[in-house]
Structure formats: structure tokens, C-alpha cells
Design a protein around this ligand. Structure first.
Ligand code: GCO
Length: 469
């Protein structure tokens, strides 16, 4: 008895030491990098001659008339409290009417001086029902691609940017492995049509945001909290990527096909608190690591302790991306709670200026994100980076600092091929509706007039300096 008590006591006395050791380890393994911007000359940047300078949009957010997609249906619904799904009560409606105004938008791109444009295809317009491919819609994207090329702008296509046809949603979308074939078929069809003119293809935009929005935060369709289903969907999307990649590459080995990964850093709110660390690390593993480890090692490990775990291996996966698309916006702080949903309510990191979204301006985070995705050993294209800034009093500085960080990464040897600012024009920001102003151009949604924002001129200046094309 005495002996047992002694062992117990000595185990207990080792606890603070173990706590300290774990904390110290985490602290140094995951530093919260801070740069002293007052010491940095953001003019001191350099970019390669063949750099892709771009802007990005997605079909549902800018085109208008997306009547046939899962998001169109979602926007019209109310949640369990009888409130509209979209916080502002907006529906995407006519959006910025890019469907009709794409030539005007290409003129804006010319004014910016960009040499590339990332946009997505509205699957729901191209394949409104399972057995119909709409020739007019296909022709529309032919026209867009041709107009871009005529103006010296390299198109980059995203095949799936959060939205898909209602018929696909009704079949269970990516919850059902059987349905992968529909996505692959759609991709083959459009690829066959545009591959002679389009060199850059992204299969999926942010599988991690898709599953977080749809099955954790429930602000995206189908809006059902289910970490288990999230894992299934994650796996199926990664499988769909691999299948699509293989099919498409068979027919045109020279095209560049990647997947787009959103990277946020998750910080413990209190760096001394192991509970905060646990939430931050678990979130980062689910959000950042699931996709990255799959393409690095062939194994995806998806784990939410006490709730669900999933592992899937396909050793060919690392050979199914030609580049990694990186979307970077900011970082979040998390505070421990036994309820994971509560614990992952985003807290803005203290001491930093806010964007209009619920996160801060943290441009050095793009460097951290680059370091992280570079472990794949593939070229990196920054497929999105931008700021919601309705007052336009932070955009200019944000652009300069972010591009400085990218340039520093290039100087430090990271293989970065391009940068796409999100977004060309104001648009429908998913759950936030039209309240968030990401555009380099402000859009008056009544008149559809576009107006260059002052802060955007910084982007024009930098491009002018380095874009030799
Ligand atoms: C996303 C998307 C974009 C967003 C952008 C701003 O990350 O959700 O790719 O569609 O509009 O990131 O939040």
C-alpha cells in the first residue's frame, strides 16, 4: 500500500515536468512567427520574369444566374432557427453578371497588367441534368478562354469550386463514393474541349474548407454537423482528384494539374495552456495536414480524438499533382473547450489589425504557409490571397506586405510560380453574402459598374515593375 502511494506521488510530481516539457516542445516546434514590419522595406522584392501574375474568381461568386446548383438551393433555405442561411439574407442572384460582362472584366485585367486569370466552370450550367451537356454553356467558356488568350492572359481553370449541380447533390455528392465517376466524366468532357488552350487546371478548390463549411461549421451545404461524414467526403474528394488527374493526364501530359489547398495557422490562444495547444494541433492536422500528407506520403490521416478517425492510402497520390495551389488568408486562435465546436470558434489573434472577416492581417503567415506546402516537393502557385476591406484603408499595405513575404520566400529558394489576388471584383462571399469586399474593383451591384479601388494600385505598381510579358 505504502509502495503504491509512493509510486502514485512520484508520478504526480512528474506531471508538472511533463507539462512543461510538452509545452516547451510545442512552443519551439510551432513558433508563432512575427515580423517587425517597421524594420522591413517592402520595396525590396524581386520576382522571376516568367511569374504568373493573376487574379482569381469562382463561377458562383461572380457569374450570376446559378439557378441549378446546390448553393442556389442553399441560399434560399432557412436554418433550424428560421434565419436565412446567408448571414445577410442575400442570394447570389445576378452576382457581378460576369456571364455577360466577361469582356469588360478582361479589360479590367488588362488595366491591372495581370497575365493570368483563375476562374471556375459552373458545372451546374454545363450539365444541368445528368444526361445533358449544354452546348451554349460550353460555348460560353470557349468564348471566355479565347478572349483571355487574345488579350495575352493565361487561363487557369478550377473544375470544382464548392458548387455542383442539384442532381449531383441529390445523389449525395461526395458523401457517396459511387458519385466520383460523375465528377470525373464532367472533367473529362470539359478537358477534352479546352485542353488545347488551357494549360493550368485545378481539380478542387479547398477540400478542407468544403468539409469544414459543410460538416463542421455548417455554413455551407449540406450544413449537417458530422465529423464522420466529413472524413468520408474528404477521402472521396481526394480519390476523385487522383482519378481525374490520371484520366486527364492520359490525354495531354503537358498540362499542369494541381489541387488547391487553403492554409490557415491555428494558434493556441494561451501558449502556456496545453488544452489550447491540443485544439490548435488537432485543427491543424484535420484542416492543413489531411490533404498535404496524402500528397506527400500517399496516406491521409483524418483524426478527431474521441469522435472519429479515418485513414486511407494510395501510394500513387504523390505523383498526381504537378503543382500545389495555395490559398492563404490569415491565422486563428483557439481556446480549449470540451466541445470541439465551441473550441474552434475563431478568435482573432490579439495585437493585430483586423480584416473585415473575423481574422486579422497576418502577411508573414503566407511565408509559413509556403514553408508548409513546400514539403510536397512540388511547384507552388499562390492561387488566392487577398483582403476583405470595404473601407479600402488596409488593402494597399496588405498587398505590399504579402508580396514582400512571397518574394522573400522565392529568394529563400522556394519554388513559387505565381500569385493570384483574390479577387478581381467584389463578389458573393458564400455565408457572408455581399457584405465582404474582396475586389480590386468595387462593384455597384445595381448598375454593375466596376471601379478600381485606390489600394489596388499597389498591385498594378508591383506588376508593372516585374511583369515582362
Ligand atoms: C474560399 C474560396 C473563395 C473565397 C475567398 C475569400 O476560400 O472560400 O476559395 O471562394 O471567396 O477565399 O474568403
Amino acid at each position: 500500500m505504502n509502495k503504491l502511494l509512493k509510486t502514485l506521488l512520484s508520478a504526480l510530481s512528474a506531471l508538472p515536468l511533463a507539462y512543461l516539457a510538452t509545452n516547451t516542445y510545442l512552443h519551439f516546434k510551432h513558433p508563432q512567427t512575427k515580423w517587425d514590419w517597421s524594420e522591413i522595406d517592402t520595396e525590396d522584392s524581386e520576382f522571376p520574369d516568367d511569374f504568373l501574375w493573376g487574379t482569381a474568381t469562382a463561377a458562383h461568386q461572380v457569374e450570376g444566374n446559378n439557378e441549378n446548383s446546390n448553393w442556389a438551393a442553399w441560399e434560399k433555405q432557412k436554418n433550424e432557427n428560421g434565419e436565412p442561411r446567408i448571414k445577410t439574407g442575400d442570394v447570389s442572384g445576378k452576382a457581378a453578371n460576369q456571364w455577360e460582362l466577361y469582356e469588360k472584366d478582361i479589360e479590367l485585367m488588362k488595366e491591372l497588367g495581370v497575365n493570368s486569370y483563375r476562374f471556375s466552370l459552373a458545372w451546374s450550367k454545363i450539365q444541368p441534368d445528368k444526361d445533358t451537356f449544354n452546348e451554349d454553356a460550353l460555348q460560353h467558356y470557349d468564348d471566355v478562354i479565347n478572349a483571355l488568350l487574345k488579350n495575352g492572359i493565361e487561363p487557369m481553370i478550377t473544375l470544382h469550386h464548392f458548387t455542383h449541380p442539384i442532381w449531383f447533390e441529390e445523389l449525395g455528392a461526395f458523401e457517396n463514393e459511387e458519385n466520383i465517376k460523375y465528377f470525373v466524366e464532367f472533367s473529362q468532357r470539359v478537358f477534352a474541349r479546352y485542353k488545347d488552350r488551357v494549360k493550368y487546371w485545378c481539380t478542387f478548390n479547398e477540400p478542407n474548407v468544403y468539409i469544414t463549411g459543410g460538416y463542421f461549421i455548417t455554413e455551407f451545404p449540406p450544413g449537417i454537423y458530422s465529423p464522420v461524414t466529413a472524413g468520408i467526403v474528404f477521402e472521396n474528394i481526394l480519390k476523385a482528384h487522383v482519378k481525374t488527374y490520371k484520366e486527364l493526364k492520359k490525354h495531354e501530359p503537358t498540362v499542369q494539374i494541381g489541387i488547391v489547398q487553403s492554409t490557415f495557422q491555428f494558434e493556441p490562444l494561451r501558449r502556456w495552456h496545453l488544452g489550447d495547444w491540443a485544439i490548435a494541433r488537432i485543427s491543424s492536422n484535420i484542416f492543413n495536414e489531411t490533404t498535404l500528407s496524402f500528397f506527400r506520403t500517399g496516406t491521409m490521416n483524418y483524426l478527431l480524438p474521441f469522435e472519429t478517425s479515418r485513414s486511407y492510402t494510395d501510394l500513387e497520390a504523390p505523383n498526381t499533382i504537378d503543382f500545389i495551389g495555395l490559398n492563404y488568408y490569415s491565422h486563428h486562435a483557439y481556446k480549449f473547450d470540451f466541445d470541439f465546436r465551441k473550441a474552434t470558434q475563431s478568435i482573432a489573434v490579439e495585437g493585430e489589425e483586423m480584416t473585415d472577416m473575423s481574422y486579422t492581417i497576418y502577411p508573414e503567415g503566407i511565408y509559413r504557409a509556403i514553408e508548409e506546402v513546400s514539403k510536397l516537393g512540388k511547384p507552388i502557385i499562390i492561387t488566392e490571397n487577398g483582403i476583405a476591406d470595404a473601407k479600402d484603408d488596409r488593402r494597399g499595405k496588405f498587398i505590399k506586405q504579402s508580396l514582400y513575404a512571397v518574394s522573400k520566400a522565392i529568394k529563400d529558394g522556394f519554388d513559387i510560380r505565381g500569385y493570384y489576388y483574390w479577387s478581381l471584383i467584389d463578389n458573393f462571399e458564400w455565408a457572408e453574402g455581399y457584405s465582404m469586399k474582396f475586389g480590386l474593383y468595387e462593384v455597384d451591384f445595381e448598375t454593375q459598374e466596376r471601379k478600381l479601388r485606390e489600394g489596388s494600385k499597389e498591385y498594378i505598381e508591383i506588376i508593372k515593375k516585374f511583369n515582362s510579358k
